[in-house]
Design a protein around this ligand. Structure first.
Ligand code: MG
Ligand code: MG
Ligand code: MG
Length: 307
């Protein structure tokens, strides 16, 4: 048996990719060989989406040592589930920058599209298979979240085409409206602790100066976070110290204003300000036009931190 698993702090695309790719592979090979798994707790819009489209939670695999696995929605080892160095990786399917070495020849597919689920949906269509209504809805939801309802600079024409096709199959008439619903659920933070907000969608990057952590949360209204900024900055400081980070960043993206508020805890304010190309005031700054970790925030930071 083969587990298909996304990154730690799984987002919707990681979970939806594992579920839909297992379905596609089992379909193509005519056997029940592939099983979706997850490397951590699912976030709120993922729980909502799984339930809406009638899926259970994939199996939790905190350690993948000794398992046969397909990695989806990530390829950097620091982002993979524990035990990855002793896992037998047989395939990678991803849409992020590539930082991957492996001792065996394997299938490695990476496409510069907006979501892993766009690649998988395109696979279904390329094999003349139609995903069922629920799988289409699940993949559609993941693409809408990863591309910020097509507003992100990571969104491509292929994503737009696949969104239209999946919305038809899933019988979702107004996918923009549906996407906004997902973001409302995603950003209802009232009952979440600071650590849950920060770690809900959080990625590690290894740089010359040390470990960098970048969390993102999207909202339809930045004001929802106004009262919690101080608390979040303090929590970032705690994470930095206790988990040995050089810098920890949380950026809160307002998908209506199309900009992000950055909250930062760092050991080097100057370097961080250079990465942000802006001055921090009380450990925060709002940057219009910045909404993508992958295309904007992570490259700027790793560039300056690797000088
Ligand atoms: Mg992801
Ligand atoms: Mg993704
Ligand atoms: Mg994302």
């Amino acid at each position: 048996m083969v587990y298909i698993i996304g990154h730690k702090s799984p987002d919707l695309d990681s979970i939806a990719a594992a579920v839909s790719y297992a379905e596609l592979k089992n379909n193509l090979e005519g056997k029940e060989e592939y099983f979706p798994a997850r490397a951590g707790d699912v976030n709120k819009e993922t729980a909502y989406t799984l339930e809406k489209f009638d899926f259970g939670n994939p199996e939790l695999l905190e350690n993948i040592a000794g398992k046969e696995v397909i990695l989806v929605d990530h390829n950097e080892i620091v982002q993979a589930a524990e035990g990855v160095s002793e896992a037998n990786i047989i395939e990678v399917l991803d849409h992020h920058k590539i930082d991957f070495h492996y001792s065996d020849p394997i299938t490695f597919r990476s496409l510069p599209w907006g979501a892993s689920c766009t690649i998988i949906a395109q696979d279904f269509f390329a094999h003349n298979l139609e995903p069922n209504k629920n799988t289409a809805g699940l993949m559609l939801s993941a693409i809408l979240v990863d591309t910020v309802i097509t507003k992100s600079p990571t969104c491509t024409d292929m994503d737009r085409q696949i969104i239209e096709k999946l919305a038809k199959i899933a019988e979702i008439e107004d996918w923009k409206q549906f996407g906004m619903e997902l973001f409302k659920i995603r950003s209802s933070v009232n009952e979440l602790s600071a650590i849950d907000i920060i770690k809900g969608d959080f990625k590690d990057f290894q740089t010359q100066v040390g470990k960098l952590g970048i969390g993102q949360v999207e909202t339809v209204d930045l004001n929802e976070f106004k009262d919690r900024e101080e608390e979040l900055i303090q929590e970032l400081g705690k994470i930095k110290n206790s988990e040995n980070y050089h810098t920890v960043v949380l950026f809160i993206t307002d998908i209506i204003k199309e900009g992000s508020l950055f909250l930062v805890a760092t050991t080097d304010q100057k370097k961080t300000e250079r990465a942000l190309q802006s001055k921090l005031e009380e450990s925060k700054v709002f940057l219009p036009g910045i909404i993508s970790r992958k295309k904007q925030v992570a490259p700027n930071f790793t560039c300056v931190f690797n000088e």
